[in-house]
Design a protein around this ligand. Structure first.
Ligand SMILES: Cc1cc2nc3c(=O)[nH]c(=O)nc-3n(C[C@H](O)[C@H](O)[C@H](O)COP(=O)(O)O)c2cc1C
Length: 228
């Protein structure tokens, strides 16, 4: 009976895996906002499995300086969303004061902004919110130390997002709450003097799984063989 139950679980789990080639996975893992399924619960085990995969990422001297605060408690998610919205509002005001950015905004900027404002409204409803952290602080650190710090966690974050996608889930890299890093640290008990937050990642199953490659500049415009 138990063996039968196990076989059933494994069949259900296999159904949740998307049949994507490596290139399809890499080119269709999008910033998902409006297609985060707010009505479908996310099992802790699947998040833990994705994080286990993420820990295979490269990192400086294999010191594994990452940590992940994974929040599924509704009240805490609500408080996190409030801080996140505060950070977004701070950034909006600063951007309005600063004027034009050095690179032009993406062609799809209106759609992106609509999608961003949807997330702003619904963040607290996303079933799981993950804050990725890395040991150390960038303030006053050498370029080598800063590069090692960020480089020791960002590949793992992307691996996490890829692992989610392969399981019919999605996320969106977000950094706006870092305008209020202290408030998030206080809420989640993160020791801010020793640990840096990298971003906040909403996690949910996606509404449909048919994501496509995103709009990007031509790679030839970015590649400089032998010299800048
Ligand atoms: C460092 C970084 C910070 C980002 N911050 C935010 C954010 O705060 N809020 C948000 O909605 N999206 C954020 N994004 C997602 C980007 O808007 C998204 O990756 C970009 O528009 C490309 O989208 P696509 O991959 O779906 O084509 C961030 C992405 C990165 C890599």
């Amino acid at each position: 009976m138990a063996a039968h139950g196990l076989a059933l679980i494994s069949r259900v789990r296999v159904m949740e895996r998307l049949e994507l080639t490596a290139d399809e996975l890499l080119t269709t893992t999008r910033a998902v906002r409006k297609r985060l399924d707010l009505s479908r619960p996310v099992e802790r085990s699947v998040v833990e499995e994705c994080l286990q995969i993420a820990l295979q990422a490269p990192n400086g001297s294999n010191r594994q300086t990452w940590n992940w605060v994974v929040v599924d408690d509704g009240e805490t998610r609500g408080a996190m969303a409030e801080i996140w919205r505060g950070g977004a509002a701070d950034l909006g005001a600063a951007a309005a004061a600063a004027g034009a950015p050095s690179r032009p905004p993406a062609e799809r900027q209106p759609q992106i902004m609509e999608s961003v404002s949807w997330l702003n409204e619904h963040l607290h409803e996303v079933p799981v919110l993950v804050v990725a952290t890395v040991d150390g602080r960038p303030e006053g650190a050498s370029m080598f130390a800063q590069s090692t710090m960020w480089g020791s966690v960002l590949p793992a974050v992307w691996s996490f997002m890829l692992a989610l996608r392969s399981r019919a889930m999605g996320s969106c890299w977000t950094t706006v709450h870092l305008e209020r890093e202290q408030a998030m640290a206080d809420l989640l008990g993160i020791p801010i003097d020793e640990v840096t937050q990298v971003g906040l990642f909403p996690v949910a199953y996606t509404v449909g799984t048919d994501f496509k490659p995103g709009a990007r500049q031509a790679s030839a415009d970015t590649i400089r063989w032998n010299h800048w």
